[in-house]
Design a protein around this ligand. Structure first.
Ligand code: FAD
Length: 290
């Protein structure tokens, strides 16, 4: 099933993102998470790709296993930084042979200590280059890409970032998924600006339920997402009360999702971090009100 056909504001779908575990214990725990979340009948799930190819085989194996064993539509992330054309062609062939229909096309993060200008020798410098390559090679995937309501961390201006996104979409993307955000105003404003410059593909909001104070500080520092002042204060107050903090995180994400759904989003993508309880509580609450 091509994900582009599943993204529909009149019947929005929930999707869940996982990363490939490094250990057998991690895999066992992920399989349990998958079993729990499968009951929520996700429109699709996705499996991340380690920058520089660090999870190459694990990503392909996990995405193949999910699709084969659970029947849930599974999308592979693929990050081009540090790969040659030949390596990516080979990977794409493996995905195609495994029956994977959807790929999230990414550049990947620049390794720590390197600067974006050192990417000059990479076969692909931007995600748009890989999108073009996949379309030119005649692979038959539905393609998604990443976008950034608050602007990508490396960008000098949000307008410039948006024009790069437009070029990436024009190269052949069918949909985009946003970076996590905690204030829906960023998403609504971004969608409006995107439509104004002629980006017409579905823009799926990405939501990460906050479940750990330290972890969310680290993530938001890395990806540049803003935690609204009031939420930041509440999190600070609850940082030594793990259960109450999870409740706050779940409540905040649920309210965000309710507003997004009421304003006609085509789906909601949950960054699960391979854990089910928070996502399960949110989706159950959302389903209960429909
Ligand atoms: P690009 O679209 O190439 O953009 C990167 C930067 O380059 C932006 O600042 C953009 O404005 C700029 N740019 C683009 N084109 C040009 C141009 N022609 N000239 C000058 N500048 C340009 N990372 C992983 O490693 N693995 C994953 O599985 C993964 N999954 C993700 C899933 C989602 C939904 C999101 C939102 C992000 C994910 N990431 C993942 C993170 C992503 O790899 C990083 O954010 C990365 O820094 C940028 O990737 P991109 O595909 O958005 O890059």
């Amino acid at each position: 099933m091509k994900i582009r056909n599943r993204l529909n504001p009149s019947n929005p779908c929930f999707s869940f993102e996982f990363f490939p575990p490094k250990t057998d214990a991690g895999t066992a725990s992920l399989l349990q998470t998958l079993e729990d979340l499968a009951q929520l009948e996700p429109g699709f799930v996705s499996v991340t790709y380690g920058a520089g190819g660090s999870t190459r085989d694990r990503t392909v194996e996990l995405v193949t296993r999910i699709k084969r064993d659970t029947g849930i539509e599974a999308m592979a992330h693929l990050a081009c930084l540090g790969h040659t054309r030949e390596e990516l062609r080979e990977l794409l062939r493996r995905l195609e042979e495994a029956g994977i229909d959807n790929v999230l096309v990414l550049r990947g993060d620049v390794p720590q200590g390197a600067s974006p200008s050192t990417l000059a020798d990479s076969d692909f410098r931007h995600a748009a280059d890989l999108v073009r390559f996949i379309r030119e090679e005649d692979f038959n995937f539905s393609l998604g890409g990443a976008c950034y309501p608050e602007g990508h961390v490396e960008t000098r201006s949000r307008d410039e970032d948006l024009l790069h996104l437009k070029a990436k979409v024009d190269a052949g993307l069918d949909f985009v998924i946003t970076q996590l955000f905690f204030d829906n105003a960023f998403y609504f404003d971004f969608v409006e600006r995107a439509r104004r410059v002629g980006i017409n593909v579905p823009i799926v909001p990405g939501i990460m339920p906050i479940t750990n104070h330290e972890q969310i500080q680290r993530f938001t520092r890395m990806c540049g997402a803003t935690i609204p002042m009031r939420l930041a204060l509440q999190l600070e107050q609850l940082k030594d009360q793990p259960e109450a903090l999870v409740q706050l995180g779940v409540a905040h994400a649920t309210v965000q999702c309710m507003e997004l759904l009421s304003r006609g989003v085509p789906g909601i993508h949950f960054y699960t971090l391979n854990k089910s309880p928070a996502t399960r509580m949110i989706v159950s609450a959302l389903r209960a009100r429909t």
